[in-house]
Design a protein around this ligand. Structure first.
Ligand code: PHE
Length: 365
């Protein structure tokens, strides 16, 4: 009699809890149920405590049955918990779903400035020739900007370059200037990397000058290669490769004109053969020459300032005005407009944000 009664009471318990578990919709309620059923003071646990009051025969039947029920309820709890977690994940995936194949909205928001575009183009070209990108500070000590580049204090270049000096000089430190060119990055790169070395350094430079072709801030790109047995021939090849790739022409002719920079010996200014047809620049043909950069073999004293032994190593260097060749390549007439932040100008001369210049796909398309 008693067995049967116990049996049906257990069935009721099973029905009750399995039913409740199946209806549970969240983890917190499920945890409450677990405590109520199989927790320390849960219904099943209390029943187990009653086993002590039973006869051994009764216990033999009721004990295993209770254990089995406890296992069954625990299994149902675990299964429900897993399915709730699955459902939650499912819901989240549905909620946070994002179609990455949707097309972007090019040109709507903003454009890439021609200076940034041209920097990217030049970087792509020189990266292909094994040059990496180096950087230096825009507020530079006069040692890096001048002395280390073989420009002693009395040298006229210091005044010719219309240098901006920092008003607050710190005690015991060399005077600081807004760098007048990217050439100090030559020294920093040599000191940091030693020889051999191939770097380009694009960046902002400053001179106190303002008219249609000069702004007090403008952009240069420095190039420096240091190796054994480097000569002007290597420099010339490198620059011709660059010009052909940059202007996207089959043929480009360069003219090396003897010049003077304190930090190179010999020095050359480089002109590009071109012509103007209806106000449009044509590179590689015609009777005009356009000056595009300064260059030369790195002066031994400059190698020394970079802690490189000039008896063992040679270097060539060049400096390109980025804004200037951006104007040439993209037919932009007035330099000053570059830095006016006029939205109409930016929309007209800017580039689509997602078109990253690469050599294989074409730089500007
Ligand atoms: N620093 C020079 C300038 O600003 C350019 C240059 C760089 C020339 C490297 C020779 C070598 O005019």
């Amino acid at each position: 009699m008693r067995d049967e009664f116990e049996g049906s009471a257990m069935d009721d318990l099973r029905q009750k809890y399995l039913g409740l578990i199946a209806e549970t919709a969240d983890e917190a309620t499920l945890e409450d149920l677990r405590v109520r059923a199989v927790g320390k003071k849960g219904e099943i646990s209390l029943k187990m405590r009653e086993l002590g009051k039973m006869t051994p025969e009764e216990r033999q039947v009721a004990g295993p049955a209770l254990n089995a029920l406890k296992d069954e309820i625990n299994a149902a709890l675990a299964a429900r918990k897993a399915s709730l977690a699955d459902a939650a994940l499912e819901a989240r995936l549905k909620d946070e779903w994002l179609d990455v194949t949707l097309p972007g909205r090019p040109r709507r928001q903003g454009t890439i400035h021609p200076v940034s575009q041209v920097m990217e183009e030049i970087t792509a070209i020189f990266a292909d020739m094994g040059f990496s990108v180096a950087e230096g500070p825009q507020i530079e000590s006069d040692w890096f900007n001048f002395d280390a580049l073989n420009i002693p204090p009395e040298h006229p270049t210091r005044t010719e370059m219309d240098t901006f000096y920092m008003a607050n000089q710190r005690e015991g430190e060399p005077p600081h200037v807004l760098r007048t060119h990217t050439s100090p990055v030559q020294i920093r790169s040599m000191q940091a990397q030693g020889a051999p070395l191939r770097v380009i350094a694009p960046g902002r430079v400053y001179r106190s000058d303002y008219d249609q072709t000069h702004t007090p801030m403008f952009h240069q790109l420095e190039g420096l290669a240091v190796d054994r047995d480097l000569s002007m021939a290597n420099l010339k090849w490198c620059l011709e490769e660059f010009v052909r790739a940059f202007f996207e022409v089959e043929k480009a002719e360069l003219r090396f004109r003897a010049s003077h920079f304190p930090f190179t010996e010999p020095s050359a200014e480089v002109d590009l053969r071109c012509s103007w047809v209806d106000g449009q620049l044509k590179v590689g043909e015609g009777d005009d020459w356009m000056e595009i950069l300064g260059s030369g073999m790195v002066h031994p004293k400059v190698l020394e300032a970079g802690n490189i032994d000039p008896k063992e190593w040679q270097g060539f260097a060049f400096g390109i005005g980025i804004d200037r060749i951006a104007m040439l390549k993209y037919g932009i007439p007035d330099l000053r407009a570059f830095f006016d932040s006029d939205l109409r100008w930016l929309r007209h001369y800017g580039f689509a944000g997602l078109d990253v210049p690469t050599l294989h796909r074409g730089l500007s398309r």
